[in-house]
Design a protein around this ligand. Structure first.
Ligand SMILES: Cc1cc2nc3c(=O)[nH]c(=O)nc-3n(C[C@H](O)[C@H](O)[C@H](O)COP(=O)(O)O)c2cc1C
Length: 199
């Protein structure tokens, strides 16, 4: 059975991101996948210390961080999953701070000894897994996709963990209501995206 890991960087219970990820999860279960949803807001993850102890060791597998926190379990989940949903609302033109904190801890996927200018990503040569990117924002859809950093940051997350993007779900103009509801019209797109992930 295909294992899908969803990493949700929303602060808000039952907000637009939660509803989108939930609808994707339901479609994936119908398509025969197994899905595990991680809510970063409840996950114990420390900030990266920029110590780069993890980046000194060569190898294709992520190296253990010096922090003993939830990230160890999450890295195992990332390694075991076949594909991913990477989701974060857009706040101040960027992924949320909790998603960024998670992203920075993915430095364990980089080989970057002190004498090297930039990192080499450990998964660069590995067969690619698949990822779907999810975000939402107040701005119109097309503007949000191109002008905010979120698209780039979610793409980078996928690249670092060794995934190629097979679809995106960026929804604009959803911040005019306190409790925005997932439009019924989005469900067919969600079903099609779920199909791309498990095919
Ligand atoms: C602190 C904060 C910053 C935000 N910044 C932006 C922004 O820069 N651009 C934008 O279009 N929407 C912005 N929004 C609107 C959010 O993107 C929108 O409410 C969010 O996608 C909803 O996700 P959620 O329901 O999962 O919380 C912001 C909202 C908050 C609370």
């Amino acid at each position: 059975m295909i294992k899908v890991l969803a990493i949700n960087g929303s602060y808000r219970e039952d907000g637009f991101t939660d509803q989108t990820v939930e609808a994707l999860a339901q479609a994936l279960v119908v398509a025969g996948a197994e899905i595990d949803v991680i809510y970063l807001r409840t996950y114990p993850i420390e900030f990266c210390l920029n110590c780069r102890a993890c980046t000194q060791q060569p190898g294709a597998a992520p190296v253990e961080c010096i922090h003993h926190d939830g990230m160890r379990e999450l890295i195992n989940k990332i390694e075991q999953a076949d594909c991913y949903i990477l989701a974060a609302p857009t706040n101040m033109g960027s992924v949320t701070a909790i998603f960024k904190r998670f992203m920075e801890r993915l430095v364990v996927y980089a080989y970057w000894p002190w004498d090297m200018n930039g990192p080499q990503y450990r998964k660069a040569q590995a067969p690619k897994k698949k990822a779907i990117l999810v975000s939402s924002f107040a701005a119109p859809g097309i503007l949000g996709r191109w002008f905010f950093g979120t698209n780039k940051q979610l793409k980078m997350t996928a690249k670092v963990i060794g995934a190629e993007i097979v679809g995106t779900l960026f929804t604009g103009m959803i911040a005019k209501e306190r409790h925005p509801k997932l439009p019924e019209g989005m469900r067919s797109k969600i079903k099609a995206l779920a199909g791309k992930l498990v095919c």
